[in-house]
Design a protein around this ligand. Structure first.
Ligand SMILES: O=C(O)CCC(=O)C(=O)O
Ligand SMILES: [Fe+2]
Length: 321
């Protein structure tokens, strides 16, 4: 078996293809004390280089928030919010589109694919398609693009992030029955940006047997990090629970349509662990255009045209302005 280190050229190349050059450097620096200053400098440089665009995003954010009901929809201290099905306008078409995609998949492969993989991406922006699914062209899913750039969603994201964000990725992923505990099945932060806001929408009902996303609020995550450090890759359960004690973890359990906004850069989390049933979630990610790593959609270099983007907010959300 190949040694999985960055000095192995094959592994380094696979990793760069998967994460992009920026994220690979950040991952590498993530283990060192240079992480914070380097990240801060990259963000500052991006804001200087794209200063007019930065101003435009701040101005647009201010204008859509004037009469918005979503100013403090997500509490900065907690970094998450759970909403029942029906609380967020515009969920129904998203849900039925994803349920159709899920039905097609199940017809083809059933709940447990023959090759034994633990997850499948039905919609993935990953240009290298490192996982097992089909790299998807989002323009074939206008329902999802429209929802991501819609007013309530943009107001919630902009209200939390303080500037008009870009849609970093849209994913539909399934986790199959499994007993593994690797990668994102262990506690981690996504070190992609200071704030990485993901909206997880349950496409099928999620319960304890469906490998729910499990996380600590940002306040509790900070307490844990004070003990175990922030520069972790994947953290061990015992260390985490010793630092915080039992009972503070949140879980994405609820019927199809339940929405979970979670800042995965600030809330320590894992998911897809111990499913005995399949779980399907559609995930919309919102990040600053001036983050230190490119988002998956930026890395995909997807060029959209006027038919895909109906108004200025769509253009800003999909980073074409
Ligand atoms: O719920 C899961 O499968 C984990 C997902 C995760 O870590 C993420 O989306 O950042
Ligand atoms: Fe994650």
């Amino acid at each position: 078996m190949r040694a999985r280190t960055l000095v192995d050229p094959f592994y380094a190349w696979q990793r760069i293809k998967h994460y992009g050059i920026e994220r690979s450097i950040i991952h590498f620096l993530g283990k060192g004390i240079l992480r914070r200053p380097v990240n801060g400098t990259i963000r500052l440089c991006k804001k200087v280089i794209w200063f007019p665009s930065y101003l435009r995003r701040i101005r647009t954010r201010n204008s859509i928030m004037i009469n918005s009901a979503y100013h403090r929809f997500i509490d900065q201290k907690l970094g998450y919010r759970i909403c029942s099905a029906g609380e967020i306008p515009g969920i129904e078409p998203v849900l039925s589109h994803c349920q159709d995609l899920l039905k097609e998949f199940r017809k083809r492969e059933g709940d447990s694919p023959a090759d034994g993989r633990s997850y499948s991406e039905l919609l993935s922006p990953d240009p290298s398609n490192f996982g097992s699914g089909i790299a998807a062209d989002l323009t074939k899913h206008p329902v999802l693009m429209k929802f991501a750039a819609s007013r309530p969603i943009m107001e919630i994201a902009a209200g939390y992030l303080g500037e008009l964000p870009i849609v970093g990725s849209i994913q539909l992923y399934l986790t199959h029955p499994n007993d593994s505990q690797v990668g994102f099945q262990n506690f981690h932060y996504d070190h992609t940006a200071p704030n990485d806001l993901k909206l997880f929408i349950a496409v099928n009902d999620i319960d304890e047997q469906t490998g729910p996303l499990t996380w600590f609020g940002a306040d509790h995550s900070d307490q844990i990090s004070e003990v175990i450090g922030t520069r972790i890759g994947r953290a061990n359960d015992d260390d985490v629970y010793t630092a915080i004690g039992d009972g503070k973890a949140q879980r994405t359990i609820g019927p199809a349509g339940t929405c979970f906004f979670v800042d995965v850069a600030r809330c320590l989390h894992y998911g897809s662990r111990g499913n005995t049933k399949m779980r399907a979630v559609v995930v919309f990610e919102f990040v600053s255009k001036f983050s230190y790593v490119e988002s998956n959609l930026e890395r995909g270099r997807i060029l959209l045209d006027a038919n895909d983007l109906k108004n200025p907010l769509d253009c800003l959300a999909f980073n074409q302005a």
